[in-house]
Design a protein around this ligand. Structure first.
Ligand code: COA
Length: 252
């Protein structure tokens, strides 16, 4: 298990499965090992009868800066992509128990789209939800092309996903992309109190309500696969390689 992802069971009986990014020196950029660790934590937590709720958290100032750019560049230059990203997204989209997330600061790329699969997301007002897919010559992923327009309408979805305009936590709340903003000092206590409250609900009724509320999982997975095919093609494009190289060279 990667120590860049910390897994912890909280609550009186260990009913809260906390998945926490722990790579602050890279703004919690996500490597293949980290995706694999998160997928396993979700699958294990779903299979464990003690667990009632999953929680996803970052570190102060960064939930996640998205996919690791070195990994992107390696694929752009011909390396094997692996299945970790899709395995993780599939596990997240298919998870049976509620997911509560907390964001302080950066939520970029998949660090933003993860929350589309969460049930309640809290963020600090100054957080930054940013999906610069097109600027990196990529396309939206994680079924965001389906879920974001459903959540916030076409024009705001286009602004976020295609024009790459960042949304603050406050704008994300106003648009309906996340549940609520809270001050930084209250973020983790609020997330954990919300998870504790959900863990006390009748689990079968909660699971049924959640299934009824959420979009059809098969439709979500189908869109994810469609996006992933286009994403993989774009990753190998000359325009994407140029964008990754520009990121790597930006401090020189
Ligand atoms: N992948 C790999 N490393 C990343 C990263 C990413 N997605 N995001 C940040 N880092 C690394 C930086 O390279 C830097 O490492 P270094 O100290 O060894 O040079 C460190 O994290 C801190 O980032 P830095 O850029 O110095 O901080 P910043 O506050 O100026 O900017 C970001 C932070 C996140 C805005 C900027 O790093 C960025 O734009 N990252 C890329 C985000 C992205 O496009 N993700 C993919 C979306 S599809």
């Amino acid at each position: 298990m990667s120590d860049h992802i910390l897994i912890e069971r909280a609550g009186e009986a260990g009913e809260i499965n906390i998945i926490r990014f722990n790579r602050p020196e890279k703004k919690n950029a996500i490597t293949r090992a980290m995706y694999a660790a998160m997928a396993k934590a979700l699958v294990d937590g779903d299979a464990d009868d003690t667990v009632r709720v999953h929680v996803m958290l970052g570190t102060p100032g960064a939930f996640s800066s998205g996919n690791d750019m070195q990994d992107f560049m390696a694929v752009a230059m011909g390396a094997e992509k692996g299945t970790e990203v899709l395995d993780f997204l599939g596990a997240l989209a298919g998870v049976k128990k509620p997911v509560v997330s907390g964001v302080d600061g950066l939520a970029i790329g998949v660090g933003a789209t993860i929350h589309l699969h969460c049930d309640m997301t809290f963020a600090t007002p100054e957080s930054r939800f940013h999906t610069p897919f097109v600027d990196l010559a990529l396309v939206p992923e994680a079924a965001s092309s389906l879920l974001v327009p459903l959540a916030i309408g076409h024009q705001r979805a286009f602004a976020l996903l295609a024009a790459g305009i960042p949304f603050s936590g406050e704008e994300a709340e106003r648009a309906g992309l996340i549940f609520k903003t809270v001050p930084a000092a209250e973020l983790e206590p609020t997330v954990l109190a919300t998870a504790t409250g959900l863990a006390q609900k009748p689990p079968k009724a909660l699971a049924l309500a959640r299934r009824l509320i959420k979009p059809d999982t098969e439709q979500v997975m189908a869109r994810m696969r469609e996006e992933a095919d286009l994403f993989a093609k774009q990753l190998k494009s000359a325009e994407a390689l140029a964008a990754f190289q520009a990121f790597m060279a930006r401090k020189k």
